[in-house]
Design a protein around this ligand. Sequence first.
Ligand code: HEM
Length: 449
Amino acid sequence: MGLLTGETLGPLAVALAIFLLLVDLMHRRQRWAPRYPPGPMPLPGLGNQLQLDFHDLLSCFTRLRSRFGHVFSLQLARTPVVIINGLAAMREALVDQSEDTADRPPVPVFEHLDFGPHAQGRPFSPNALLNKAVGNVIASLTFGRRFEYNDRRFLKLLDLANEQLKENSGFLPQVLHAIPVLVHIPGLVDKAFAAQRAFMALVDELVAENRMTRDPAQPPRDLTDAFLDEVEKAKGNPESSFNDENLRLVVTDLFFAGIVTTSTTLAWALLLMILHPDVQRRVQQEIDEVIGQARRPEMGDQAHMPFTMAVVHEVQRFGDIIPLGLPHMTSRDIEVQGFRIPKGTWLFTNLSSVLKDETVWKKPFRFHPEHFLDAQGRFVKQEAFMPFSAGRRSCLGEPLARMELFLFFTCLLQRFSFSVPAGQPRPSDHGVYGGLVTPSPYLLCAVPR
Ligand code: HEM
């Protein structure tokens, strides 16, 4: 230690600073590669971290897009990221070069995680009921069972799924994502992801019960049984991905990704129906004509219900619940809109910029079911309808989600009329961001028809 005198300290500090700048420069050298997408100048070591508001990334991206164009770049600490905006660039990246943009970036933090009063007509918030209804669909698929609405473990599971979502966008997890070396501090990951840990512990319990009641001689009752059959077949093959660890991750993923997304979309649907009673009446009229009151809706009814289909699509477009998608990573050098994006670059897909693309939609920021209807009132698909993302890595639950949205929505409107509670102000149709974009909390009244 005696070596560190005042005389040696100065040159040492300069050498260290030069070394750190060189390391930083190496991470940033992409910026000077020909045709790399433009972006704001990053600071040494920090990148653009301090120039972004992580609570409102979408507005930041909108501002940066108007300055730098549809394809621009950022440096998040040491990670280079390219942000894709608008229909044309998104199609080029996710659809035309689907194979090369379908990777997910590694997230070191996760590797350390091992993974009411609603009497008739009275105002209530529909969120908890929607979560339970949608939760039981996933429970039927994964565990071949449904839960009673007052089941203690089921309530905990749903609570934790919602908590987990908020947890991920919290301060500590953001710090851990930005500075992955911190994951080695004992206890920090557990603290940052407490809900996620508790969620997985519950899933483990349910998987164990499924395993105990399973009869291998019988056909599989659910996804867990089918997976366990495959685990047995793959015994002794270390290459196989059918193992116990992956079973808990698959079930956790399905529960987490499958419940909050669909129930949030249904919460948007009910909100938009109480805000637009004329639209609600037209949907009910179509239900009465095509289905009637004597039987339940079926998927086959979709073909005869263009207005309802348009409304469900417009709810998803307007709700825009995953505005920035999930991160992708290029597995090869690619070109988008004339810019070169090297292999291994993170891509953020600004789905919101497509769902609300002003060059595509007549009224991008208004709820307008006619976006999906032609002049004759027939349902029309729109290429810029991308709430599930696009290309090879798009949502694997899309077919199930579409079924749930249509069947729950039509069943609810077949039986009930929904309205803003008497004497209450009109709820806002602005979303709030907390992992997903959810409607601002609201109450409604449901009156049997
Ligand atoms: C309205 C409902 C839903 C919406 C809007 C939605 C949207 C999305 C989006 C935008 C992604 C990211 C795709 C990408 O990276 O390009 C995604 C991924 C995913 N979704 Fe959905 N989703 C919904 C429902 C569901 C359901 C019901 C399930 C499960 C049954 C599910 C399971 C998943 C899974 C497991 C992934 C990750 C797939 C992967 O990493 O390859 N989602 N979803």
